[in-house]
Design a protein around this ligand. Structure first.
Ligand code: 6PG
Length: 240
């Protein structure tokens, strides 16, 4: 069952989320695992990264022994400010001293011939990484219930037998993206959602109610051990 944590504002939401994230990494390393983390994009994510860095000083996580990935990426140049990974690279991974070989960026148009090729190369890297299993998956959710770049009623959302998929005509700009699939997210120990704002209230209520995944992709990505929703009171306003 999902753990929905309603916070009175975004700042307490982020504090709780950052502390949960660090505790999961600590526990994984204490248990002898090399944690795989899947990051995402969205408006709360830069603030989340900053909060993780702030709290990292009180944590025992060895950040050089974590593998860093993205659940989805916008298919634009590797230096384009629209990339999901750029904020993480500068505000999270650089301050934490993460070495380059632990960072797994999705190829962009400057290093691949097409979105399909980028998705295939990224899937290949996931497939060939020892024991691919996400320790923690960080996700946002759109007002339409999308997660990563899996959008309601979009062809990419129905793809099976693949780890990553090329997305064209994304309803959220930019239009071309690469996303992990539902199947790739199945191997997740913990999934954490960061969701704030009244415009997300209806989608959050839908995500917490059984129904077709194609109407609300956020119904489908769950952790095998835990799924925690870090939400503010505005986003929680339509919950039963
Ligand atoms: C992206 C994402 C996307 C995002 C949600 C929530 O490319 O932007 O990865 O899935 O997490 O759209 O974004 P907001 O928090 O900005 O609404």
């Amino acid at each position: 069952m999902d753990d929905v944590r309603v916070h009175e504002d975004v700042s307490t939401l982020l504090g709780d989320a950052a502390s949960y994230f660090l505790t999961r990494l600590e526990a994984a390393q204490d248990a002898g695992r090399l944690p795989y983390v899947s990051l995402t994009g969205g408006s709360l994510v830069p603030l989340f990264h900053a909060e993780v860095v702030r709290r990292s000083h009180d944590s025992s996580v060895d950040f050089t022994r974590v593998e860093w990935w993205w659940g989805d990426e916008r298919y634009v140049g590797l230096d384009d400010a629209d990339r999901n990974d750029l904020d993480a690279l500068t505000t999270l991974l650089a301050p934490l001293g993460v070495p380059a070989h632990r960072i797994h960026r999705v190829p962009g148009p400057d290093t691949s011939a097409s979105v399909e090729e980028a998705a295939e190369a990224y899937a290949h890297e996931v497939r060939h990484s020892a024991g691919h299993e996400w320790e923690v998956v960080v996700l946002g959710m759109g007002p339409d219930g999308h997660v990563a770049s899996l959008f309601p009623h979009h062809p990419a959302t129905s793809v099976t037998d693949a780890i990553a998929v090329a997305v064209h005509d994304s309803p959220k700009p930019p239009p071309e993206r690469v996303s992990l699939t539902f199947e790739a997210f199945e191997r997740s120990r913990a999934v954490m959602y960061l969701v704030a704002g009244a415009e997300k209230a209806e989608a959050l209520a839908r995500a917490q109610t059984p129904g077709p995944v194609v109407d609300c992709p956020a119904r489908a990505v769950r952790g095998q051990e835990e799924t925690v929703w870090f939400v503010d009171s505005a986003a929680a306003s339509s919950l039963a």
